[in-house]
Write a new protein. Structure first.
Length: 279
């Protein structure tokens, strides 16, 4: 099963995304996979073929400012949750996705959840993998540094920040072959670092965490919460509190995984998602 790389123009923004389709026809709804900071859609490339094998078309975009999508100046794109939600809404409309299951991960996962809360009619099922779901969620120091005045300007221009962040969050090494993909945008243009800096500075985690907590208490669609038990940045207690507050949620623990479970434990993530989607 191959994963195709696509580019689409949405208004003034260029989106890069990966897509994997099942062989033959399938009546299963598609799955939209959203990555975290400072990752890319590439992080889902081991999960997408598994979904396709079970009849699910999967689509994984690079967020605006990340990977191989557009990296506009902050005067043209605010890099706030509202800006990301608006851009994601237009991307979904352009792809003509009428209804789909949504999978979100990491510190941009909050934006995906906010989109779902605004557009529940679009969402068949929701899966949350190690994302901030509480107003108590805080950016780890490793990510906070990327938004600091002067310091952040320097750090976000260093391609090795990808190694330090992804390996620090996952608690495992990442192959040079994979790191080459993650580093490439930072080697290609300084705009990648500026976009990352602007995103970290504008995440508004306390405000969005409060909105997410309140919104998910009223959420009725089936929800899966997947948590890496070695996540150094988001405590498992946040997942437990969310599960207790949601009448239609289930919780899966991956004992060996850290903050980016799809990186090293893609088989377990795939099994959890496929089981959830097929119920």
């Amino acid at each position: 099963m191959t994963t195709n790389e696509e580019i689409i123009e949405v208004g003034s923004l260029k989106w890069f995304y990966r897509e994997a389709k099942p062989l033959g026809r399938s009546d299963r709804l598609p799955v939209l996979l959203l990555h975290g900071i400072p990752s890319q859609s590439y992080s889902w490339t081991q999960v997408m073929p598994a979904l396709a094998d079970k009849g699910y078309t999967s689509i994984a975009p690079d967020w605006i400012g990340f990977g191989f999508s557009a990296k506009p100046d902050r005067r043209d794109f605010a890099y706030t949750p509202d800006a990301f939600i608006e851009a994601l809404t237009e991307f979904i409309q352009t792809l003509e996705l009428e209804r789909f299951s949504l999978v979100v991960q990491g510190f941009l996962g909050s934006v995906g959840i906010q989109y779902a809360l605004l557009h529940p009619e679009k969402i068949e099922r929701l899966a949350i993998l190690g994302a901030p779901v509480s107003p108590e969620a805080k950016l780890p120091w490793k990510l906070q540094q990327l938004g600091l005045p002067f310091v952040g300007d320097m750090l976000t221009q260093d391609p090795l920040l990808v190694d330090r962040t992804l390996e620090g969050g996952s608690r495992y090494g990442i192959s040079d072959e994979d790191l080459d993909v993650y580093r490439r945008p930072f080697l290609k243009t300084s705009a990648a670092g500026r976009s990352l800096l602007a995103t970290v500075r504008n995440l508004q985690l306390t405000q969005t965490g409060a909105e997410i907590t309140a919104g998910l208490k009223q959420w009725s669609q089936p929800t899966l919460i997947v948590w890496g038990m070695k996540d150094p940045w988001l405590p498992f207690s946040h997942a437990e509190q969310l599960k207790a507050a949601m009448p239609n949620a289930e919780l899966v623990k991956i004992e060996e995984a850290g903050h980016y479970p799809q990186e090293h434990w893609s088989e377990k993530v795939s099994d959890a998602l496929i089981g959830f989607l097929r119920r």
